[in-house]
Write a new protein. Structure first.
Length: 238
């Protein structure tokens, strides 16, 4: 496939490497507004686009792909509040968007474990739940998209929780999500259930970025030739 790649940070470099290894070519590389002005016309020749830019530019990049009828994979987080609107636009325009808060296959298994554990904990009122996420100091959004997905999945299973918060002192019904930015940590997520007699924890640690990059390229391969709104659950069914 001919791939348009938006965002050329560490993830962008890793995606480029994985894509080439799998026989694809990076047709268009955009890392700034100047790049769009210089090379944007080449988007029309791409088979698919992959966006790992910044929250500031992600929605604009998606709209450009919708206009050009180019399927787009978005791994940029920090714009979740507008996801419903973008999903509706995708369907109305018969465009193609694959969105995931995390493209790691291991993280998506972690998501499933998290949902199942929350479902079992629902009847155990002695446990208090919290989430901790740790990332490198360059990460712009806080909490991470992965932590938000974990939190929303827990809220969907535990009746006594109705929202999440990043504040230090959560109100009743709020799930605390603690964020930390340390050095070059790629990504660590910990879900804790604590009671007076014991604590249950599940944890995912990303050892490198390759798993995220591979998932994004697999997603691009999956949506090539398709129309609609997709996520990791669709990819994992194949």
């Amino acid at each position: 496939m001919e791939i348009a790649l938006f965002g050329y940070g560490k993830m962008g470099h890793e995606i480029e490497s994985v894509a080439i290894e799998r026989g694809h070519r990076i047709l268009l590389l955009v890392d700034s507004e100047d790049d769009w002005k210089k090379y944007g016309s080449e988007l029309i020749d791409a088979d698919v686009a992959i966006d790992f830019s910044t929250p500031e530019f992600a929605i604009s990049n998606i709209h450009k792909c919708f206009t050009a009828c180019i399927p787009v994979v978005s791994g940029t987080t920090g714009w979740h509040s507008q996801l419903g609107q973008i999903r509706n636009e995708c369907i109305e325009k018969k465009a193609t968007l694959f969105f995931a808060s995390n493209f790691s296959l291991g993280v998506n298994l972690f998501f499933e474990i998290n949902r199942q554990l929350a479902k079992m904990i629902n009847a155990q009122h002695g446990y208090k739940v919290s989430i901790q996420e740790i990332h490198h100091i360059h990460k712009l959004d806080k909490p991470s998209g992965t932590a938000i997905t974990l939190a929303n999945d827990i809220i969907g299973q535990i009746d006594r929780l109705n929202s999440w918060t990043g504040e230090e002192n959560p109100a009743p019904g709020e799930l605390p999500v603690h964020s930390s930015r340390q050095g070059e940590v790629i990504g660590t997520h910990i879900v804790s259930y604590s009671s007076e007699p014991d604590t249950i924890e599940i944890k995912h640690i990303a050892n490198n970025r390759r798993g995220f990059a591979l998932g994004a390229v697999l997603a691009a391969e999956y949506i090539h030739g398709k129309t609609g709104f997709f996520g990791m659950s669709d990819l994992l069914k194949t």
